[in-house]
Design a protein around this ligand. Structure first.
Ligand SMILES: [Fe+2]
Length: 211
């Protein structure tokens, strides 16, 4: 018997991005010092920066990371089936979580591809990122039995999926995929950098410059 998996959800992982992290860590601390209030979004506690738009990053310490993000995003989008297109980073922001801080479940509306880069991660217990299945699909599993009736960790049955952050690792995922970050138990700072990416058609090259 043949089995097809319909409508799979991609999650791309790039380990060992090779980004020189210390200049960016120094920059994060500088921004945090200049703007101690930051902004409040999905984060419960912690510090989150306001947005950096793409052209600002061309001339600051985020540039090497910005370039690596686009390299990974083009790989992902090519695999996703995009053709004759260009990508643009819409916005990028910094998250610094410490003990007890977490991020509520959210999506990244208004873009097509989103991601996170782990800049500085405590050695233990700093909070996973959890991706959540659409609630309507998850309902079917819950309708006739509890978790004891399923192998919860099989791909076809899991209703949420945890990823454990590692330094210099980047995750990319569809922007509509709900996700959350569990509370950190570490007293050390957990610095991640999140971003949103839009895709544009290259049909009119004079309007949307190709990559
Ligand atoms: Fe997010």
């Amino acid at each position: 018997m043949n089995t097809q998996l319909l409508f799979p959800t991609p999650l791309w992982t790039q380990k060992e991005c090779g980004v020189d992290r210390q200049p960016i860590i120094d920059f994060v601390h500088y921004v945090q010092k200049e703007d101690p209030d930051g902004r409040r979004a999905s984060n419960a506690g912690g510090w989150q920066s306001w947005d950096f738009v793409d052209h600002v990053m061309l001339d600051n310490p985020l540039k090497p990371l910005r370039d690596k993000i686009l390299e990974c995003a083009y790989y992902a989008a090519d695999q996703w089936g995009f053709q004759q297109y260009s990508l643009k980073i819409l916005n990028l922001w910094i998250n610094v979580n410490k003990k007890g801080h977490f991020n509520h479940m959210h999506t990244h509306a208004g873009s097509i591809l989103s991601g996170v880069y782990y800049l500085k991660i405590p050695s233990c217990c700093c909070g996973n990122i959890t991706f959540h299945q659409d609630f309507n699909q998850g309902m079917m599993k819950e309708s006739w039995g509890c978790a004891a009736n399923f192998s919860r960790y099989e791909d076809m049955n899991e209703i949420e999926h945890d990823e454990y952050p590692a330094e210099d690792t980047m995750l990319l995922f569809p922007s509509w995929l709900p996700h959350s970050v569990s509370a950190s138990s570490s007293g050390d700072e957990r610095i991640s950098i999140s971003f949103n990416i839009a895709a544009f058609s290259d049909h009119y090259h004079e309007v949307y410059p190709s990559r």
